[in-house]
Design a protein around this ligand. Sequence first.
Ligand code: AMP
Length: 215
Amino acid sequence: MRIVMLGAPGSGKGTQAKRLEAAFGFPQISTGDLLRQAVADETDLGIRAKAAMDAGDLVSDDIVLGMIKDRIAKDDARNGFILDGYPRNRQQAEDLGDVFEDAGIELDVAVLMDVATDVLMKRLTGRRTCSQTGKLLNIYFSPQEDLDECVNNGGELLQRKDDNEKTIGNRLQVYERETAPLIAYYRDSDLLKTVSAEGPVDAVYASLVATLGLG
Ligand code: AMP
C-alpha cells in the first residue's frame, strides 16, 4: 500500500506511521527524519536545510523531492510505503504525482490525521524522544511509568530543537497556509480519508487501521 499521511505538526503522523510500519512492513518515509539526519551528519544538504528547519519554515521543494526520489527507489519500498510529512504544499503534491507516474505506481490513499489546534500545541510542547530507545513520548500524555522507564535506564528525554513555542507557532501557520490546501487536493482525486486523531494513541491506531482497510 502507498499511503500519504496528512496532518498538522503534532497530529501523530510519525507515531502512527511507525506503528503501521512495525505491523505491516511498509517503511515509514519521513522527510523530517531524513532532514534531521542530514543536519546531524552535516551533509551539504543538511547545511542548506538547517536554517529553514530551525525557523519552522519549509525546506526547498527541490531538496525534499531529491530525498523522496532516492528513498522511494530503495528495495524495501517496492511493495509500499508511508509518506510522513511529504507532500507539504501544492508543488510537492504535483512533484509526487510525477514521481509516481514515472515509476508506474499509484497512490492508494491520503489519510488526514484530524486534530484541533489547541490539542496540537500541548502535543508539540510536551513531545520528547527517549535518547536510548528512540521511543516518542509526551510529558503531558504519556504514562508516568514510560517516562520513568527511559530515565531509570539511563536515557534522557530529548526535545526537538524546533519544538519550542516560537517555532511551533510558525510551523502551525505554515501548515494552515501551505499544507492544509492538500486536503481538498486529495479529496478532489477521491483519495482522501479522515481519521479523528485526538484520543489515546491505541484508539487512534485502531481507527486508522480500520480506515485503511487493513484491520
Ligand atoms: P517534521 O518532522 O515533519 O515536523 O519536519 C520538521 C521540519 O523539516 C519542518 O518544519 C520543515 O522545516 C522540514 N520539512 C520536513 N518535511 C518537509 C517537506 N516535505 N517540505 C519542506 N520542508 C520539510
